[in-house]
Design a binder for this molecule. Structure first.
Ligand SMILES: NC(=O)c1ccc[n+]([C@@H]2O[C@H](COP(=O)([O-])OP(=O)(O)OC[C@H]3O[C@@H](n4cnc5c(N)ncnc54)[C@H](OP(=O)(O)O)[C@@H]3O)[C@@H](O)[C@H]2O)c1
Length: 300
């Protein structure tokens, strides 16, 4: 397959590129720093610095759209919210305009989203049919998904990757937690009751591969394991796997004071279930958090 990826240089994108190259696909990665693409994604990958390079005569079989300004790294000022929005919603709009313009449309568009789509829903179990929440993250995901869905009217199969916390030993949230936990300074966040819906990066890549190839897949997919855990449980299991204690608490009021609105990413959660993946019998290689962490930390 000829595949165009946005966000191919990111945490998920790099692993996806490695796997897709191994499967023999032909990859083009859109990046703001095209000169870094071959080092990050593989020397066989073609790099584009702008979508202006997508001329109407160039065709792809699939487009995978994962680009986005990191949501947790900076304070949510109005400017930063604009950057978060533009890098997802506006970029996806641009992508769909190009799909409209090209002579031969891709067969499938896999476009990013996050479990933040559902907003803070306490202990409710959330399948793909639940409605979106109302906070900033939810509105961002809802708008991002809506724009991607426009490609359906062009005859493109559209699949939305409603992504949970992706566990990798190359960065992401696990990368941030590891240092304090390894130092014996493990902690839960606030009351620890907020849900964390997680997925091992190998399972994520396996699901993307299946969605690419199976025409029966369409619409939103919760990219999470069937076994979400509370934050307190996550901390307990991470500490157990590292053979360290986790005795501390990161108090909610301090996080709200230090992070402002962004503290919601840590203090709120969603108990998400991969209902549609389970219906088609997808077998998670790492369905239990302890197994996923054992594997990732052994390999790191
Ligand atoms: N990792 C997770 O746990 C998780 C959870 C839920 C949702 N997601 C979503 O899934 C997608 C991929 O996640 P990831 O962890 O791989 O993300 P990542 O490591 O932060 O990479 C995102 C990619 O997006 C591009 N990008 C960053 N800022 C941008 C901007 N301002 N404008 C345009 N492009 C920009 C970057 O590519 P260049 O620098 O090459 O341009 C980068 O490689 C993201 O959209 C993320 O929000 C991830």
């Amino acid at each position: 397959m000829r595949i165009l990826l946005t966000g191919g240089t990111g945490l998920i994108g790099r692993q996806l590129c490695r796997s897709l190259l191994n499967q023999g696909h032909d990859l083009t990665v859109l990046s703001r720093k095209p000169e870094t693409v071959s080092a990050k994604c593989g020397s066989q990958v073609q790099a584009w610095g702008s979508l202006a390079e997508w001329k109407p005569a160039i065709s792809f079989d699939a487009v995978i759209n994962l680009a986005g300004e990191p949501i947790a790294d900076k304070s949510w000022t109005q400017d930063q919210k604009r950057a978060l929005w533009d890098s997802r919603v506006s970029l996806t709009e641009e992508l769909v305009s190009h799909i409209t313009a090209v002579h031969q449309k891709p067969k499938v568009l896999l476009s990013g989203s996050a479990v933040g789509y559902y907003g803070d829903r306490g202990d409710s179990m959330l399948s793909e049919s639940e409605s979106p929440g109302h906070d900033f993250s939810a509105q961002l995901c809802d708008a991002w998904e809506s724009v991607a869905r426009r490609a359906k009217s062009l005859g493109v199969r559209v699949c939305i990757l409603r992504t949970g916390l992706v566990l990798s030993n190359r960065g992401g949230l696990l990368g941030r937690f590891l240092f304090p936990f390894r130092m014996g300074l493990g902690f839960r966040i606030g009351n620890g009751r907020q849900w964390m819906s997680w997925i091992h990066i190998d399972d994520y890549v396996a699901i993307v591969t299946r969605i690419l190839h199976e025409e029966s897949f369409s619409g939103p997919y919760n990219m999470t394991t069937p076994n979400p855990v509370s934050n307190a449980e996550f901390s307990r299991i991470l500490a157990k796997v590292l053979h360290r204690p986790a005795l501390f608490v990161a108090p909610a009021f301090l996080l709200k004071f230090g992070l402002g609105e962004r503290a919601a990413l840590l203090l709120e959660g969603q108990r998400v279930l991969p209902t549609k993946l389970q219906e088609v019998g997808f077998q998670f290689r790492y369905a239990l958090l302890e197994d996923a962490l054992e594997e990732l930390l052994r390999a790191s």
